[in-house]
Unconditional design. Structure first.
Length: 191
């Protein structure tokens, strides 16, 4: 008889100390909400990390291209990096005005399918020929009302040959973790 009373006492006591089904359900829901918030924060952090990595790739590529231009013979930079392969020192051997960046994807619908392009203060002649001009207006390149690129005293010449200042914009445009993104680097090269 003593054994039965002991078991009844344990059962009665354990019933008072146990969690009810409602309490367990509420606790499970709170844990799910917390886990959802934590996983959302982790995913957001990973996406932001990828966006930062892509921006660093674009910056590094633009600066590396600027450095390559600086070690190119100054008088041939425009010819080597313009859109016309016929202008290259040896036709078709120059890098041209478009480039790829490893790790970045060109925007959908991009005409040449490449993420990078180089822009000079030039006007289009018969495609793909361009002429470097002093009278191109581009405030970001320091050309508010033209700029004397060959240092001859006026700013209205075609200076494809004979320039002493060469404004350049390196543009990287891609689609990545943050959607459509772009990076631009403006330079003024001198001999």
């Amino acid at each position: 008889m003593g054994k039965k009373l002991y078991i009844r006492a344990l059962l009665a006591r354990s019933g008072r100390e146990a969690f009810s089904l409602i309490e367990v359900t509420i606790l499970a829901l709170l844990l799910l909400v917390a886990m959802g918030g934590l996983s959302g924060a982790v995913l957001s952090s990973l996406r932001l990390s990828r966006v930062t990595e892509e921006s660093a790739l674009a910056d590094e590529a633009a600066r590396a291209l600027g450095a390559r231009m600086q070690v190119t013979a100054f008088t041939s930079i425009f010819r080597q990096y313009d859109a016309n392969p016929a202008n290259d020192l040896v036709p078709g051997t120059g890098p041209g005005s478009a480039f790829d960046v490893r790790g970045l994807t060109a925007r959908q619908g991009d005409a040449d399918g490449r993420v990078g392009r180089i822009v000079f203060p030039a006007v289009d002649l018969i495609a793909p020929a361009q002429a470097l001009r002093e009278d191109v207006v581009d405030a970001r390149l320091g050309m508010l009302a033209g700029r004397d690129l060959n240092l001859d005293g006026d700013a209205i010449d075609d200076v494809t040959i004979g320039y002493q200042l060469l404004p350049v914009r390196v543009i990287v445009e891609w689609t990545g973790a943050g959607g459509n993104r772009s990076y631009e680097l403006d330079l003024v090269l001198t001999p």
